[in-house]
Design a protein around this ligand. Structure first.
Ligand code: 1GP
Length: 234
């Protein structure tokens, strides 16, 4: 497992999608905005070529922090080009492939070559069932009691280091996020979804350990510095 000291202090992370076009100016803006890390990953249209191209752009941008890959397809692993691999286990997946099946297959195939010391398992709860990830993994809507139970499952049964509340594309329910945050003992909480303003960043960053910022980087790059500042001061 990738050592906690490498990532537990992150407050705000940029998530860049290999399937989305990013221009050099935006990339420079992201590099200088103060993000604690860049996570590369997405749900649709992910290929090795696109992933390596994006990693090349990040390298050219001069970003100083860690760059990690969230692996959703075992065949697309950016060997040697990232500091760590984040492996999502979708706890509320309707299709067990996304909970453990893909992981099992990948280990069967690449077991000897997996650098476990730089991998990190993430318990994912996909709260937006209409998002691309929600549709792909066949999740159902998540109520507050369900979210609490998934947190218990992640922390007390599976012993995962990290739980990611994923609203991808929409701003989540701060009540649900707060309930999970209050109930957990020590599992690290990521929140992602719909953070497109400093206010939203402040609200969620006050509740969780780390917020993840995605779409707004492409839709309104001029706002990222304020979002990062807000997250860090929350
Ligand atoms: C997506 O959680 C991230 O995986 C961020 O979501 O794109 O809605 O910011 P947004």
């Amino acid at each position: 497992m990738w050592k906690e000291s490498n990532w537990a202090g992150w407050r705000v992370v940029a998530k860049l999608d290999p399937d989305k076009y990013i221009d050099a100016e935006t990339m420079l803006r992201v590099a200088g905005a103060g993000f604690d890390a860049i996570m590369v990953g997405g749900t649709q249209g992910i290929t090795r070529e696109k992933t390596l191209k994006l990693l090349g752009l990040i390298m050219q941008s001069g970003f100083k922090g860690p760059v990690v890959q969230e692996v959703t397809i075992a065949e697309v692993v950016a060997q040697g080009n990232v500091q760590a691999y984040f492996l999502p286990l979708v706890l509320n997946a309707g299709d067990i492939m996304w909970l453990s099946g893909m992981h099992h297959q990948a280990i069967m195939r690449y077991g000897d070559r997996i650098p476990w010391n730089i991998t990190l398992a993430e318990g994912y709860v996909i709260c937006n069932s209409h998002s691309a990830a929600g549709r792909l993994t066949e999740t159902r809507p998540v109520s507050v009691p369900h979210a609490r139970a998934y947190c218990d499952l992640a922390e007390n049964i599976l012993g995962l280091p990290l739980l990611y509340l994923e609203y991808s594309g929409i701003f989540g329910d701060p009540g649900l996020v707060e309930t999970v945050a209050r109930q957990r003992k020590k599992i690290h909480l990521f929140y992602g979804g719909g953070i497109n303003s400093a206010d939203r960043a402040r609200i969620m960053a006050a509740l969780v350990d780390t917020i993840v910022v995605g779409n707004v980087i492409y839709e309104n790059p001029a706002s990222v510095e304020d979002i990062v500042k807000a997250a860090k001061s929350a």
